[in-house]
Design a binder for this molecule. Structure first.
Ligand SMILES: [Zn+2]
Length: 97
C-alpha cells in the first residue's frame, strides 16, 4: 500500500510555496536567530540553518509553524538520505550522546 498516494501535486506545490513564505517571515528569522538545530541542538550561525519539515511534505506534512523547524545542514542531509526508521535511530543516538 502506498501511504503517500493521497498527497496531490497541487498540495505539494501549495505547501512548498507556504514554506517559502514562512522562510521570509519574522517568525522564522526569530527562530533561526537563536542558532540552535532542532535535532542535534548544536549551535550554528543563522545562515547555516535550513527550514526542515518534521513530517515531510510528501508524507502529508504541512508548512505550518508546528511542522517547520531549524535544522543544520548535516541533520538535514541525513534526514533526506535515511529511511524514517533509520532517522529515528539517528535521533535516539543523539539523545544518548
Ligand atoms: Zn543538527
Amino acid at each position: 500500500m502506498n501511504l503517500f498516494c493521497d498527497v496531490s501535486e497541487e498540495q505539494l506545490r501549495r505547501e512548498r510555496q507556504k514554506a517559502r513564505d514562512l522562510r521570509r517571515s519574522q517568525w522564522w528569522r526569530n527562530r533561526i536567530a537563536t542558532g540552535f538545530c532542532h535535532y542535534c541542538e548544536e549551535h550554528f550561525e543563522p545562515k547555516e540553518l535550513t527550514l526542515d519539515h518534521v513530517l515531510p511534505l510528501v508524507r502529508g506534512g504541512r508548512s505550518n509553524r508546528g511542522n517547520c523547524v531549524p535544522a543544520c545542514k548535516e541533520c538535514n542531509t541525513r534526514k533526506r538520505d535515511l529511511l524514517p526508521t533509520e532517522w529515528q535511530e539517528y535521533l535516539d543516538a543523539l539523545a544518548c550522546s
